[in-house]
Design a protein around this ligand. Structure first.
Ligand SMILES: *Cc1c(COP(=O)(O)O)cnc(C)c1O
Length: 295
């Protein structure tokens, strides 16, 4: 598959003698956004191989993974069930609306039950209710997802640095496994720092040539501030590239800030992975009344 990579042009980059590229895996598919396509690919094959016709997974009400699983299941002739954290709202938000329109069956569980979602009791109750299913964890990270994510990089991606946003760390682990010896991957968590993140990544990868940059998570998942919103809109107006507010916006904000602070030495090249997620901007606009690019 040929994926478009474009070079970003900015006076700052000239001034610092750094080249910045963005790999548009968000463009692979309008709804199975970016990295989720790679994470689902081998899992869908495996579900088929096992003869299971239903995918079941978990997520919050704005989860890109929920939207992507619904769409990918439908495209592959599979059924899907989304176990959603929290109470059912009066109306469906844009993410859940998209999931339902792609025939995902939604079921809502209390936050307390949601915390127990990985226990065998909880899973067997789901099996009693829905029959057999292929279970994808929250966020979709498992060995097959990491294997799929390794295919995000190809031989043309020879930049010195690869940058990727982090939720569970599954996607970046695939990338770390695929990078060459001379490359280093920088991870930008979109979530508040959690202790097991690095040990998870270490257990999923075969080299430790990566760094986690914790400075740009803005305090947690889906947390935002005015500068981030301003940055995303300005980036869209300048480069016509939409970034999402939860993941890729924070990563790109971080990359540009690091460049301006001289983090990258002269002559280095950077590849930012646009992992997608722009579908989530709609829900954020609806909820907070902020302005954001939608496609
Ligand atoms: C889910 C998601 C991520 C994080 O992926 P992980 O594999 O959980 O680290 C990054 N970017 C976007 C747009 C996502 O939807």
């Amino acid at each position: 598959m040929k994926i478009e990579t474009s070079e970003i042009s900015l006076p700052l980059l000239k001034q610092k003698s750094v080249r910045l590229f963005i790999k548009r895996i968000d463009k692979i598919h309008p709804f199975v956004s970016g990295n989720k396509w790679f994470k689902l690919k081998y899992n869908i094959n495996e579900a088929r191989k096992q003869g299971i016709d239903t995918l079941l997974t978990f997520g919050g009400a704005y989860s890109n993974h929920i939207a992507a699983t619904a769409f990918a299941a439908k495209e592959n002739g599979l059924k899907s069930i989304g176990v959603i954290r929290g109470e059912k709202g009066k109306c469906l938000n844009p993410t859940l609306d998209l999931a339902t329109r792609n025939s995902m069956l939604l079921t809502y569980v209390s936050r307390e039950d949601y915390r127990n979602k990985n226990t065998s009791q909880f899973i067997s109750r789901l099996k009693e209710r829905f029959g057999d299913f292929y279970l994808l964890p929250e966020g979709g990270t498992n060995d097959l997802a990491i294997k799929g994510s390794a295919e995000i990089l190809d031989v043309n991606d020879t930049q010195d640095y690869i940058c990727c946003s982090i939720g569970t760390g599954g996607t970046i682990s695939g990338i770390i496994n695929a990078q060459s010896d001379s490359q280093i991957t920088l991870g930008f968590p979109a979530v508040r720092y959690y202790e097991t993140l690095e040990s998870n990544i270490d257990s999923w990868t075969n080299n430790d040539n990566y760094n986690i940059i914790n400075t740009y998570s803005l305090g947690g998942y889906a947390k935002l501030n005015k500068s981030l919103v301003y940055f995303i809109n300005e980036f869209y107006e300048t480069h016509e590239i939409p970034l999402d507010i939860v993941y890729t916006g924070k990563m790109m904000y971080g990359i540009i800030d690091l460049i301006s602070k001289g983090f990258f030495s002269k002559g280095s090249s950077i590849l930012a992975i646009h992992t997608g997620g722009v579908q989530g901007n709609k829900g954020m606009i609806e909820r907070l009344g902020v302005r954001l690019p939608v496609s």
